[in-house]
Structures are given as C-alpha cells and as structure tokens.
Design a protein around this ligand. Structure first.
Ligand code: ADP
Length: 305
C-alpha cells in the first residue's frame, strides 16, 4: 500500500452517491478524507501565503483535492480549486481544465483541432444565416441544442427544416446561443459513456434512450448497461480527455457511420451509473491515480492560466 494521503473532496453534498463512494474508497485505501463544501470556502486572495478558510477555520494543508464541481457553480467552484493550486495542492482535475470543459463550444473547437471525430456542428449569430446553419449540417432531421443546457435540457430533434427554423427563432428570442448538429440517427438513441482516469478507460456503459425519446440521459428515463468498446472508441475517449486536460473525465461518444463521435467531455462524471452498470470500483481507480501522481507541489499550473 502507498503512503496515506490527506485528501479533500470538494462537494456540495456528502449524501450524493459519488461523494459517499469517494469517501468510502479513500478510507478503504487508508487515506484521510474530508468532504468540504466549495461554496463555504472563502479566501484572502491578496495574501502572499494563500490559504482557504472554511466555516471559520483555516483549512489545514492537504495533499490532494478531488473537485466535484456542479455545472451551476462552475465560476465559484473553479476559483476555490485555483486557490488550492496556488497553495501547491494537487487537484485531480485542474481548475483551467474544468472551466475549459464547461464551455461546450470551446471544447468542440479544441477537440476538432486535434482531429477528434465530432457530429457535424454549426454555430452562428445572425438570423439571416438560419437556413445556411441548417444546411451546413445536412438539413432535417437535425439536432438544435442550447449551449448552456445540461441533462438533455434544450436538446431538440427537429424533423423538418421548418421545425428547426422555429426552434432556432425561439432560442434567439431568448437570447440564447445554440448549435445546429447532424442527427446521428444510426446510433438508435444510444450513446456510450467512457469513464477515463489518467490514460485509461476504466469503465464504459451504453445508455439507451427510452422508447419514443432520442436523448439517452438517465434523467430522461434512459437505461444503462456495461459494454465493450472498440480500440478506436477507447483511444478517442482517452485522447479527448487529454485534450481537455482532464485526468478524470466522462467522455460521451456516439457510434456514427463516420466513426465514433464525441458529444461531450464531463469533468465531474457521476459514479452511480457507471459503477452500477459495470460492477467496477471506479472510485478506487481515482485513488489509484492520486496515489501515483498526487504529491503536493506536483500541480502543474499552480493556479496559472
Ligand atoms: P446534455 O449535455 O444536456 O446531456 P447532449 O449534447 O449530451 O446534452 O445531448 C443529450 C442526449 O441527446 C445525448 O446523450 C444523446 O443521447 C442525444 N443527442 C445529442 N446530440 C445528438 C445528435 N447529434 N444526434 C443524436 N442524438 C443526440
């Protein structure tokens, strides 16, 4: 067994399955684990000796943090992670990587630059370009999605160009940015969640949309099962995580007739679905990574970037 670590899990809710499992697996590994709510962390950002205050105390130094930062608290949460980095604390996912992956558009552009397969995707501004944006992705049926959506909210399948135009007009009316995207019909409402830790896919599951629904999100009634992925899918997932700079990532892939395409790279992937579907100790794999890499002072950016 490796030396025990002092680890902080940044999570808003210690009752969540993922948080509970991370505590359990850490303690099983002989580590000292503490759950800290990132929204209760505060700091003197001008101090030459960076530190973090928590509910009236100064947090004692720790070896590593595991950030579990929900999409709704990205701005504050990444500021807290950055403060840990300034203190030289190793963060399993660094603040810049978390912020980068939360920007869907920027993520797709970075992945595309490195040759990762993506659904054909359009992005535009002016209503004068509506029709071109629809045609750019092959016309109807097509997917129109809000840039800011999560859990499948704001992801619409438009069966006709007219329907797509109406959805686009509605999104524009709300002053919301959106993408047009090729509909990957051949995937049959299924996508694959690859759970990446370091340079490995440590678990993968297929999510299947329920009847009459094309979105496979579990929040929308999708079902999950373990699946064997192809070497190409494996390398796509690992490369996508690396391009985003994430050591722990949930990479969502669809099987298109032009190969595996990445839909999204998630920086705080849930453990419940993947551990349930695969029966694997994914939380334990995260500690394996920390034990190998997580020494204080090894953080690369120290809050830069
Ligand atoms: P969110 O981040 O809100 O989950 P996604 O872009 O991952 O949004 O889309 C939600 C779900 O909708 C996906 O898991 C997938 O099942 C389905 N989906 C998204 N984009 C496409 C597409 N281009 N073609 C087919 N299905 C899609």
């Amino acid at each position: 067994m490796s030396e025990p670590f002092n680890i902080i899990i940044l999570s808003r809710n210690r009752q969540l399955y993922s948080t509970r499992r991370l505590v359990e697996a850490g303690e099983e590994g002989g580590h000292t684990v503490r759950v800290v709510d990132p929204l209760r962390c505060y700091m003197n950002i001008s101090s030459h000796r960076p530190e973090i205050h928590y509910k009236g105390e100064v947090l004692p130094a720790c070896d590593a943090v595991i950030p579990r930062i929900g999409a709704s608290i990205t701005f504050y949460g990444t500021a807290v992670v950055r403060q840990f980095e300034m203190m030289g604390t190793f963060s399993v996912n660094e603040s810049v990587a978390i912020s980068r992956s939360r920007d869907k558009l920027r993520s797709l552009q970075l992945l595309s630059r490195k040759g990762i397969g993506l659904p054909v995707t359009g992005f535009g501004y002016s209503p004068d370009d509506n029709l071109d944006l629809i045609n750019l992705v092959g016309g109807a049926p097509l997917v129109v999605k809000l840039l800011e959506g999560t859990q499948g909210k704001g992801v619409v399948l438009a069966e006709t160009n007219k329907a797509a135009e109406s959805v686009i007009d509605a999104f524009r009316g709300l002053r919301a940015y959106f993408l047009t995207q090729e509909y990957i019909k051949e995937a049959g409402g299924a996508d694959i969640r690859c759970f990446v830790v370091g340079d490995k896919v440590v678990g993968s599951m297929m999510r299947q949309a329920k009847d009459g629904e094309f979105r496979s999100n579990v929040h929308r009634g999708g079902s999950t099962r373990a699946i064997r992925i192809t070497p190409e899918e494996r390398s796509t997932a690992v490369r996508a995580a690396r391009i985003m700079g994430l050591n722990v990532a949930g990479v969502d892939i669809m099987r298109s007739n032009h190969g595996p395409v990445v839909l999204e790279v998630n920086s705080s992937p849930g453990l419940e679905g993947i551990e349930g579907a695969t029966g694997k100790d994914i939380a334990g794999a995260i500690y394996g990574f920390i034990e190998k890499n997580g020494k204080a002072g090894k953080t690369r950016t120290r809050g830069r970037g």
